[in-house]
Design a protein. Structure first.
Length: 251
């Protein structure tokens, strides 16, 4: 019978593995944050300036939709670095050397696969939450109660649809690192198969981080560079735990 580690077991193990490595982990997360922030600024500023010149201070529906699409496309593009982040914490978990250079794994002949996986992981949320974003904007500008209720209902429906999909595909980056020769289609299927019966476990773990998220807000974001390594270490250990219990049942 398989014996999976509990949420508390994974967290305790993550804390132990990060002992003495929090500095390097925080630096890696900071570099990732800096890259994403600068690229987002470069990408989104021209769009904001264009619509400001076109419509003045008024925020229009066309701007909201355009900004949503561009932000979504950027999140998919920036998501290629998540494979490198997964590599960094897997290296720690497996007792291998790790460094900031791990972040750039996608540029070592794997950019295409990383981009496709990022699209598969991020697109469900972008598609499912788009109606909510549009109706929320219309409600804010009209105070139409029907639009507000529709926005809430579509937001809930979007969450119900995309969260299970995203959870099912959540191990894709780790599987890419373990099986670099497999196609993206195979990797996505493997993630769905690996997560079958475990999406609830991962969702519970993610919800258990909510108190840390509150502390993050209270710390004005300073804790981000310490909490994020801890969370990612737990995710890496969750993957290894799944794989260890599947050794007798290969893909």
């Amino acid at each position: 019978m398989n014996r999976y580690l509990s949420s508390s077991d994974l967290k305790d193990k993550a804390k132990g593995l990060l002992t003495g490595k929090y500095g390097t982990s925080a630096l890696t997360v900071f570099v990732l944050f800096l890259i994403v922030f600068l690229l987002a600024f470069i990408v989104e500023l021209p769009v904001a300036l264009f619509f400001t010149l076109l419509n003045g201070e008024e925020t229009t529906l066309s701007y909201v939709v355009t900004d949503y699409v561009i932000t979504g496309a950027f999140s998919i593009l920036a998501g290629v670095l998540d494979a490198g982040l997964a590599l960094f914490f897997l290296n720690i978990a497996c007792g291998k050397p790790c460094g900031v250079s791990d972040l750039f794994y996608c540029f070592k002949g794997n950019f295409g696969k990383c981009l496709l996986i990022s699209g598969a992981v991020n697109l469900p949320e972008l598609v499912c939450m788009c109606p909510y974003e549009i109706l929320s904007f219309l409600f804010d500008n009209t105070d139409n109660l029907a639009l507000g209720l529709a926005a809430i209902l579509l937001g809930i429906l979007g969450l119900v649809i995309y969260i299970p999909i995203t959870l099912g595909l959540s191990m894709s980056y780790y599987l890419l690192l373990d099986f670099p020769g497999r196609s993206v289609k195979d990797i996505l299927k493997m993630s769905l198969k690996l997560m079958k019966g475990h999406k609830g476990r991962l969702f519970y773990i993610e919800c258990s981080f909510i108190p840390l998220a509150i502390l993050l807000v209270l710390s004005l974001g300073v804790g981000f560079f310490w909490i994020t390594p801890y969370m990612n270490m737990v995710y890496a250990l969750f993957f290894l735990d799944l794989m260890e219990n599947r050794q007798a049942h290969p893909f």
